[in-house]
Design a protein around this ligand. Structure first.
Ligand code: SF4
Ligand code: SF4
Length: 186
């Protein structure tokens, strides 16, 4: 769906506010939280790297380049609080999404604005039928084993805050912040 100029600006404002709120809440967390978030972030990045390497080992990235991100059309809600926490935990500069147009707001001219270790769960674990055909059966099994571990770490991050983050950062902001003044905690 193409947003009007006004709606895409409003969406960008919402994004900026959501990021600011999580950044502030993260900075105010007691010491035990950053330690746990850091350990989970390291495991999440390791597993995403492993999934990405399985894909490139069968030249999946080339297939994606040729396809020009056919599956990257509806990604606005793919980026979650967990993904933002990994950026914050690493002290890494965040990309600047663009909500105009009909593509994923995180898709830049050179592909996804996030490196493979930072890409949302839905994206790094997605294999369309083209990619699925490239992987031998044993690798498909290994891929889904790592995906299961990764899902477990996302779930541990949710448990840490007693919240659910699967519907995306923007959704957590919309449904939680105006009423409760927090995004991280349910
Ligand atoms: S995963 Fe499939 S649909 Fe998505 S960019 Fe790659 S080849 Fe295209
Ligand atoms: S976040 Fe990146 S990989 Fe996911 S849909 Fe958007 S551009 Fe594609």
């Amino acid at each position: 769906m193409v947003l009007s100029d006004r709606d895409s600006l409003m969406r960008k404002e919402e994004w900026n506010k959501a990021v600011d709120v999580v950044r502030r809440e993260f900075a105010a967390l007691p010491d035990i939280f950053p330690q746990k978030i850091g350990a989970l972030a390291a495991a999440i990045k390791k597993q995403k790297r492993a999934l990405y390497e399985m894909t490139i080992s069968v030249e999946g990235e080339m297939v994606c380049e040729l396809c020009k991100g056919g599956c990257c059309e509806t990604g606005a809600y793919h980026f979650t609080v967990v993904d933002l926490l990994v950026y914050l935990s690493d002290g890494r500069e965040l990309f600047s999404p663009c909500f105009a147009g009909d593509r994923c707001p995180y898709l830049g001219h050179g592909g996804c604005m996030m490196g493979p270790e930072y890409r949302p769960f839905n994206c790094i674990t997605f294999h369309c039928e083209h990619l699925e055909k490239l992987l031998p059966d044993s690798e498909v099994e290994a891929f889904y084993a790592v995906e299961k571990l990764l899902r477990g770490h996302y779930s541990e991050m949710e448990t840490l805050f007693g919240n659910t983050f699967a519907h995306g950062l923007l959704s957590n902001y919309e449904r939680s912040y105006p009423a409760k003044g927090t995004i991280l905690f349910a």
